[in-house]
Write a protein that binds this ligand. Structure first.
Ligand SMILES: [Zn+2]
Length: 309
């Protein structure tokens, strides 16, 4: 059986919120079979629970957030990406602020945190969302699409009129049966431009942003002295974001995703387009591991989760 997963025990971390700039405490707790990923705003009285739900996604200009009853939790995409990458289905996420800490701007610290306590396989089959026909969503020259595929593959291309980005590969293809999420995707950091940071700060955003949690560029070059973590780190981060945004549907996908110049908003519109067409998808599980497509067995083999593995 390809099983559902949660954490072996509780783990916690603190960090800074990217937009509010405030210190945030994050606690990740194991959850029962079929409970999904649920965020809890423990700083509110009474506490507000925000289960992962593609129709609760809001505020997709800078990040992906969830909103319910006027309460929100922002910047969920890098944690969601780590959870998708490690195949974690069920988890309680307690935070005491309106956003998940940015940590180093990638999913790497979340992966490290989750792996530090270990992953528990649960006595129930994982439920995949299998895409049965191609769906797409377009806005001008930007587009995103999902097509049937017996595994999970992502292809992303970006266009930025900036010398530091144009000097790298702006097209990335990642097949999670062939490449390791932990090694090949998780460490790619978010990126931004100095002039945008100044503009955003003027609007009270990105108050926690720094060279510690993003690749920052001036008009010509990358300002981080350590350089890039992957030769194509910019577009690779877009793949990381897409893994997280798509996991907001609540299930791992069996699909091939492709995107051009897209972001959080288009990823969410794509999920809504998919889910609105009852003939375009179905939920499937594999009670016998041997019955699962080979790509799925490879992607969800526990040995694939090792750092550097
Ligand atoms: Zn991101």
């Amino acid at each position: 059986m390809i099983r559902q997963r949660t954490l072996k025990s509780i783990v916690s971390a603190t960090g800074v919120g990217l937009h509010g700039g405030r210190k945030v405490s994050l606690v990740l707790r194991p959850a029962a079979v079929d409970s999904g990923i649920v965020f809890h705003r423990v700083d509110l009285e009474p506490m507000v629970d925000l289960p992962v739900d593609p129709y609760a996604v809001c505020d997709t200009t800078m990040c992906s957030g969830l909103q319910k009853d006027g309460c929100k939790v922002g910047t969920v995409e890098h944690l969601m990406s780590a959870l998708a990458g490690l195949g974690i289905d069920n988890l309680h996420v307690d935070i005491d602020a309106p956003e998940i800490p940015i940590l180093d701007g990638s999913a790497g610290p979340f992966v490290f945190l989750l792996q530090s306590v270990g992953i528990e396989e649960q006595p129930a089959a994982k439920k995949f969302l299998r895409v049965k026909k191609r769906v797409e969503y377009r806005e001008g020259d930007k587009w995103v699409a999902l097509a049937p595929y017996d595994g999970f593959r992502l292809q992303f291309s970006i266009v930025f009129n900036h010398p530091a980005i144009e000097s790298t590969s702006t097209l990335a293809t990642v097949d999670l049966a062939e490449q390791s999420y932990v090694r090949d995707v998780a460490r790619a950091r978010t990126f931004g431009f100095m002039q945008d940071v100044e503009y955003m700060r003027g609007k009270g955003l990105a108050l926690g942003g720094s060279l510690e949690n993003a690749i920052v560029m001036d008009e010509y070059r990358v300002l981080n002295t350590e350089g890039l973590r992957y030769p194509d780190e910019f577009v690779r981060h877009k793949v990381l974001d897409a893994v997280g945004d798509l996991y907001l549907c609540g299930h791992p996908l069996l699909a091939s995703y492709s995107a051009h110049k897209a972001g959080h908003a288009l990823n969410n519109q794509l999920l809504r387009t998919l889910l609105a067409d009852a003939e375009a998808w179905e939920l499937v599980s594999f009670d016998e591991t041997a019955a699962a497509p080979a790509a799925v067995s490879r992607q969800f083999a526990l040995s694939a989760l090792a750092f550097g593995g």
